[in-house]
Design a protein around this ligand. Structure first.
Ligand code: A3P
Length: 344
């Protein structure tokens, strides 16, 4: 089946993109960064701290101070291309998985998912797809111009903070992923906790509940994309991590259709969907040598193995009291009431 999948995928038209971001990134750092350009704007914004992390309230959301200037430049100067795909998410909600899946399906013409030389076997998904805030905060946006189309990029910004060029025109598709807020808190705690001295699980939980955790309030974040996906289903695809766990193949097909790259009958028959799912599966990704060592991320270099923890739904039960779980569920129910959005 693997050979047939490779043959079928190889028969689809080869596009020039996407190519892994790491392969076009020469490591050069520009002299002038937006950090200096917008420092007055940043210092004028409401501020709070989560341990050593400085957050600023920008257009209704708590962003890491480091990323505010980059966000402003992104909003003002980003020029989308019609076939750009932006992957969006709150932190710790399945970004890495979505990046792997989107890259695997978009690049399958050049790189069949079963091929030994697949970029996802030598690079972490975060090194294949650039994190927009990081790129702009570092003043490195010119590197995005080097990416051949179709470009894949990701952001943790809410929909309302994306550039108008992205949200108002017929340009660009956006794929969003989120998850049950309780599992998000647990995942945040394990991922960010070690770099935030003195921060307890309760502190992390409280910051999510009061809306001040990074990129929060998370319910507003989710609703910006939910509403956009309802209003413009052709432009915004809304995915849930739990749905992907339950039925990855179905959701991979949804993703490819949305990205206007549906699997052909030959690919379907050859098992290409299963091959993509397998390539990007938690066990496969976690087991790859490249994901066991080193770091990814420009501003903070996160250990690559920390992106792959448990990869399940419901781990909150091992970390929260029933009262904490009920409190967060009540917040979600209250905030999402009447919108049609549920996490069950
Ligand atoms: P847990 O901490 O609950 O295990 P993000 O990529 O947005 O940082 O989200 C990280 C979460 O996604 C972590 O959840 C991580 O284990 C999980 N994850 C990463 N890769 C995955 C994959 N291929 N399949 C399923 N879950 C994955």
């Amino acid at each position: 089946m693997a050979a047939a999948a490779a043959a079928a995928a190889a028969s689809t038209p080869v596009k020039s993109g996407p190519v892994p971001f790491k392969d076009i990134d020469d490591g050069s750092v520009p002299e002038h960064t937006p950090k200096e350009e917008f420092s007055d704007l940043v210092t004028g914004l409401p501020c709070r701290h989560l341990s050593i992390s400085e957050l600023r309230l920008y257009q209704g959301f708590w962003l890491s101070a480091h990323w505010v200037p980059g966000t402003v430049v992104f909003q003002r100067r980003f020029t989308p291309r019609p076939d750009d795909v932006i992957l969006a998410s709150p932190p710790k909600c399945g970004t890495t998985w979505l990046k792997a899946l989107a890259f695997a399906v978009a690049a399958r013409g050049a790189y069949p998912p079963t091929c030994a030389g697949h970029p996802l076997r030598r690079l972490n998904p975060h090194d294949c797809i650039p994190f927009i805030e990081d790129v702009f905060a570092g003043g490195e946006e010119a590197k995005l111009d080097l990416l051949p189309s179709p470009r894949l990029m990701n952001t943790h910004l809410p929909y309302t903070l994306l550039p108008e060029t992205v949200t108002s025109g017929g340009c660009c598709r956006v794929v969003y992923i989120c998850r049950d807020l309780k599992d998000m808190v647990v995942s945040m705690w394990h991922f960010f906790g070690p770099s935030l001295p003195g921060l307890s699980f309760d502190d992390m939980f409280e910051s999510v509940c009061d809306g001040t955790a990074g990129f929060g309030p998370v319910w507003d974040h989710v609703l910006t994309y939910w509403r956009a996906s309802v209003a413009h289903p052709d432009r915004v695809l809304f995915l849930k991590y739990e749905d992907l766990l339950r039925d990855p193949a179905h959701n991979v097909r949804r993703l490819t259709k949305f990205m206007a790259q549906p699997f052909s009958a030959a690919e379907e028959a050859a098992g290409a969907v299963a091959a993509v799912v397998e390539l990007c599966s938690f066990d496969n990704m976690k087991g790859l040598e490249v994901n066991k060592t080193g770091t990814s991320g420009a501003y903070v270099g996160y250990a690559r193995d920390s992106f792959f923890r448990k990869g399940i739904a419901g781990d909150w039960a091992n970390h929260m009291t029933p009262e904490m779980a009920a409190r967060l569920d009540d917040i979600a129910r209250d905030k999402f009431r009447g919108t049609g959005l549920t996490f069950t």
